[in-house]
Design a binder for this molecule. Sequence first.
Ligand code: URA
Length: 410
Amino acid sequence: MHIPSLIERKREGGELSREEIQRVIRDFTSGEMPDYQMSALAMAIFFRGMSTEETAALTEAMLHSGSTLKWPDSAPMRVDKHSTGGIGDKTSLIIAPLLACDGVWVPMISGRGLGITGGTLDKLDSIPGFRTQMSEVEIRRVIEKHGCVMVGQTGDICPADKKLYALRDVSGTVPSIPLITASILCKKLAEGLDRLILDVKYGSGAFMQTEAAAHELAQSMVQTGRALGVRASVHLNRMDEPTGESAGNALEVAEAVRCLKGEGPPDLEKIVLDLCAAVSISSRQQLHDVLHSGKAWVKFQQMVAAQGGDVAALERMTEIHHAPVIQEVKAEHAGVIRRMDARAIGQAVLELGAGRARSGDSIDYAVGCDQIAKTGSEVAFGDVLIRVHARSPAAAEAAEAMIRSGIQIE
Ligand code: URA
């Protein structure tokens, strides 16, 4: 196969065959195809796009570049949720145990936060002792016993995606719909799923800024999933303000625990139930009742214990990870909150140290924001709009200034 002609064909808007895509991914993963050719091809795909057939072939080739989780024929239906990332999005921590209470298996392979968006693995890492790196044998053991497991990608799963994502990151080719579709779906398909619910976010705090862009990504993921035999459904959700009332790792685990006890903020509980109902055989009301019965909370504790985590710590997360400075940001006049900008809060939380500017940076589990007021609520002069948890007064001041630039009260 002559790679330059293939790159030229894509550059001119032509199609690549399934066999050509398979070969490209095989040679790129083994190192036979150099990075400069792969980045040129990624750029051609960025400008020219891919058909559903090409995207499905790319997803399949990346999926088969490594191992996949295998389940016995007698196993219950496997279900998962994928979110395209946002601020304060702790829904996975609630969804996995809630769906497991429903009798399905949830083998959730999650990612770390990058940039302003948080990552489920970082939140889980704030639980003392919790292990997110597990072998396939251990993953199987936990799921067979408890019905859910939450882990990071093992080295064997989709190595082609790992390599290609790193290349896209430094070649300006991340925001390409077919490349994002293949990257997300190959990792989800490696879980051996029957059903997938995709939570595609749009708005100031999301990867996709507009509803139209989110819709395009959603369509691509549903069509590609269907072509590969997985029933994928999509919810488009706004991400103009944070989900729930907190953003930051330990603060979000504490809020997820409240939600698992049926005491979560209404917007968080709503999105959890909406997403679970889309893939569950139970009705939304039944899922609501399970959440409020405490069964999902028990299931979460069982999963945490099975993965080495300290269950007693779950109710003391903000004591274990305690930021020395807690600063209240108060309303400077009365009115209705019109904007509580997710991007400004996400950037502030990142700069407080809760996220990483580049992969490999260490993170601070204690810092972040809580008591985040919701848009549409009425406030009086001096009411607390949000609290900043910081390592120093200077960091708290800088975060407050950033957050204030994204608040509008009329
Ligand atoms: N998340 C992924 O896993 N891959 C992408 O390409 C974008 C977001």
